[in-house]
Design a protein around this ligand. Structure first.
Ligand code: NDP
Length: 494
């Protein structure tokens, strides 16, 4: 609430005139028609008609909280970012969690990846790490992104969400299988944000003041332990408590039970990228821990609920291109595309001055030459000079170039530089099946897949069964057998 609003003991119209009656519209006589001169009524209805801003096209259902990141291990010799500068250093932050495919009113318990978006208000500017609860994704080339997302959304004629559309797409895109297996495993239905891990997912870079770069992956492991809903629980929650996870985080923080996640990184020397057995910039792959062990960095704690959902959560604008000195991107195609498309989406949803929304505003001093645009309300630079270079004492560039150059080579054209052999598509899914899942988890994975594939035509099932067989005969056989049985109701699509 603004200061003026909190000081006002009675209701007013939006320009301050006291409201004498908020129960009865002006009419011609007690039973007569309305009068157009009732500006209070018109203002009320006109504002109401404009209350909704465009929903996020993905990650529309979300909730968030403020918190603190604290460094517990010194990585400053690898990364010059201010927020990692010394053990004990604290940085204010904000987190938003979400499902991906559902509308803003959809159920929290849907089988869907979860967004895990973090905003750090560092002394050098805002750093956003906009990840998921999985270290990988379905695709590795952004040219496929809008097609993939449509398969998770509503069918054009019926406005329904049949499951076969996703299997149709995945059947043609074998690099998706790794993430498909994560999605239909137990971790596809996390109990709430408090009980899931988060990952930066892409390969990023860090560098020090000497210009030495490492490629990195960011991992946030929940200190509450991983907990998931079973299929039955998730379906029940979708009806009984569709906002279960939203409430879970809010109530935990209100009661002082602050959730925490430990941040670790995997670090790859820059030169390893050329010859590493897995493509290090392929978003459908992890880096095995044996090759690149986790190195502890710090702990994030969420300890303050937003005071207003729309202001702080609905208008929170995360963007992977919000970086600070010491942290950079990588050639990961998906990441490069997100660097452009996130701010594009924010300008559409929130307008060009979205940096003024308090949750998005840097906490450190900042000075740009941007001026004007819709809803510019922060002084707009006052009378200060609005072009650069100038001799008017306007803010100057620093001249400090810390980020080492990114070597690039080759002709510009459309490449398939991924190896695209069976090992590329199925090697890590096989490791997941053989090494990570126990017998019970494999059984539940196959059941969840078969339930979801129940409405798929034979040609789509065939395509998917071939992929499962490439991972393991046992996997294909188990799904195939379950497809012969009457299917249970799958968890509704988000
Ligand atoms: P590790 O045995 O060292 O790690 C396996 C990882 O799997 C752990 O991080 C574990 O997370 C996670 N995990 C356990 N159950 C599930 C599940 N149902 N869904 C998703 N993740 C789960 O193995 P490697 O590093 O050698 O990797 C082997 C395979 O494990 C990979 O091919 C990949 O499929 C999967 N994996 C690897 C990750 C990585 O970053 N290396 C991360 C996640 C999965 P936790 O420790 O929290 O229990």
């Amino acid at each position: 609430m603004s200061d003026n609003e909190s000081r006002c003991p009675f209701q007013t119209q939006q320009f301050g005139r006291p409201v004498d009656d908020n129960q009865h519209s002006q009419t011609a006589g007690p039973r007569g028609p309305m009068l157009m001169q009732d500006v209070h009524l018109v203002e009320k209805m006109a504002h109401f008609n404009r209350e909704r801003i465009p929903e996020r096209v993905v990650h529309a259902k979300g909730y968030g909280a403020f918190g603190t990141f604290t460094v517990t291990n010194d990585i400053s010799k690898y990364c010059m970012a201010d927020l990692f500068s010394e053990v004990g250093k604290k940085t204010e932050m904000f987190a938003r969690f979400s499902t991906v495919g559902g509308e803003s009113g959809s159920a929290d318990s849907a089988r869907d990846p979860r967004g895990f978006a973090l905003k750090f208000y560092t002394d050098q500017g805002v750093w956003d790490l906009v990840g998921n609860n999985t270290p990988i994704f379905f695709i590795r080339d952004p040219l496929k992104f809008s097609d993939f997302i449509r398969t998770q959304k509503r069918e054009p004629q019926s406005h329904l969400k049949p499951h076969w559309r996703r299997w149709d797409f995945w059947g043609e895109v074998p690099e998706a299988l790794h993430q498909v297996m994560f999605l239909y495993s137990d971790r596809g239905t996390p109990k709430s944000a408090r009980f899931m891990n988060g990952y930066g997912s892409h390969t990023f870079s860090i560098y020090n003041r000497d210009g030495v770069r490492h490629w990195v992956k960011f991992h946030f492991k929940t200190e509450q332990g991983v907990e998931n809903f079973s299929d039955d629980e998730a379906i029940e929650m979708a009806g009984k408590a569709p906002d279960y996870s939203t409430r879970d985080l809010f109530d935990a923080i209100e009661s002082g039970d602050y959730p925490r996640w430990k941040l670790s990184i995997q670090m790859m020397p820059e030169s390893d990228a050329e010859n590493y057995k897995w493509h290090p910039f392929d978003l459908t792959k992890v880096w095995p821990h044996d090759d690149y062990p986790l190195i502890e960095v710090g702990v994030m704690e969420l300890n303050r609920n937003p005071s207003n959902y729309f202001q702080d959560v609905e208008q929170a604008a995360f963007e992977p291109g919000n970086l600070v000195d010491g942290i950079g991107i990588s050639p990961d195609r998906m990441l490069q595309n997100r660097v452009l498309s996130y701010p594009d989406a924010h300008r559409y949803r929130l307008g060009v001055n979205y940096h003024q929304v308090p949750v998005n505003t840097p906490r450190c001093p900042y000075a740009t030459y941007h001026r004007d645009g819709q809803m510019r309300v922060d002084g707009n630079g006052g009378g200060s000079v609005d072009y650069e270079p100038n001799k008017m004492n306007g803010p100057k560039e620093t001249g400090h170039r810390f980020e080492p150059p990114m070597p690039v080579h080759g002709d510009g054209r459309r490449y398939d530089e991924f190896s695209c052999d069976d090992e590329d598509y199925f090697g890590q899914p096989r490791l997941f099946w053989n090494k990570v899942l126990d017998e019970g988890a494999r059984e539940r994975l196959c059941t969840a897949i078969a339930n979801s594939m129940g409405d798929s035509p034979e040609s789509i099932r065939e395509k998917m069964l071939q992929q499962f067989a490439a991972v393991s005969d046992e996997f294909a056989k188990s799904v195939s057998n379950k497809l012969e049985e009457p299917a249970d109701e799958p968890i509704p699509i988000a």
